[in-house]
Design a protein around this ligand. Sequence first.
Ligand code: ARG
Length: 404
Amino acid sequence: MPSCVLAYSGGLDTSVILGWLMDEGYDVHCVYVDLGQPTEDREAILEKARRLGAASARVVDVREELCRDFAFPVLQWDAKYEGVYLLGTAIARPLVSKACLQVAREVGADAFAHGATGKGNDQCRFQLAAEALDPAVRIIAPWRLERFREKFPGRAEMIEYCRAKNIPVNVSKDKPYSIDQNCLHVSYESGKLEDPARDGFALVDFGMSVAPQKAPDKPENARIEFEAGVPVGVNGKRLNAYGIVSLLNEIGGRNGVGQIDVIENRLMGMKSRGIYEAPGMTVLYAAHRALEQLTLDRDLMHLRDRLSPEVAEMVYYGYWYHAKMDALMAFIRRAQRPVSGEVSLNLYKGNVSVAGRTSPNSLYDEGIATMEGGGSYNQTDAEGFIRIQGLPGRVQARVRPREW
Ligand code: ARG
């Protein structure tokens, strides 16, 4: 009997896919990858998979790994896709692939099935990551198979299939858009959100954060501690990576921080409209940059800033397990060494402002300046510096004078 692992969420799509794979003759090993999805009942989900006839069903808890080894390096890079999206879904996908392949190796399955559609980025990320880890893996993406789509042209047929197979469906929970969530963020897209003229913030029922206008009328302070560009504590308490993200989700969330409305370019070429909320990561990005301003060398920071759209693009497209990414990760680990210290932020109705920063590695230090005897900067030097900087401009002004 052929066997496969299935990235299983317990929702309508992956439940139908589980049934269909069994109809196709597969032994199906369901893997619920725990990414810190806030509202899902893990035991009920496993129970459902087993009742449906899965060969096995398990939870793989990767919450700490997701924050520590995936999201935090992306944070160190200050990577944002197309300037705004903090990559909350994109960065989780390679880890889902890895967790599923580890189970496949354990149970001896040779295929990896997932419920991503043929239109989106997630299919690319799952597959690019899986094939980079195990080049022999076979990917089963039922939504890309015509006979699957013919059998399930819409949700009505899927619900009907579940009824016939006694698969419990929770249609009442159905929202007028599609959600992907983990401890880093929640994304909302499709359905009613497809019309970019409609106000997405009014349409979405946010899960992690309140609307800025409903947030408290007083700023809330949060202090974040970093070591070598990695967050290590909040408000004087040392926490692990997942603990930091969770706590900042609460603090940021109750102050309405981190909600955005985006039209983004998918790897498959089309534009898509999404609403995201990422309260904790938004706070961390702000704190991290504030500390870099104090501690990072100018040219190094500028180089990192020129490269970071490249990292964002690679994460977004799904090239996580990739030679270029390995090298970029080595770069950022080295570059971030001095980024240690504490940042104090005020959160107020969706805004984040810096209320202070300290670091033992500060390059902005009046003390150092005076220690160097007040002689390290001589205003007389500035004259020659600017004359030399201005040389090409003066030559051109003589040869090709500008109108002014
Ligand atoms: N557009 C975002 C991205 O590509 C979010 C995707 C959400 N995925 C989903 N299956 N709803 O990263």
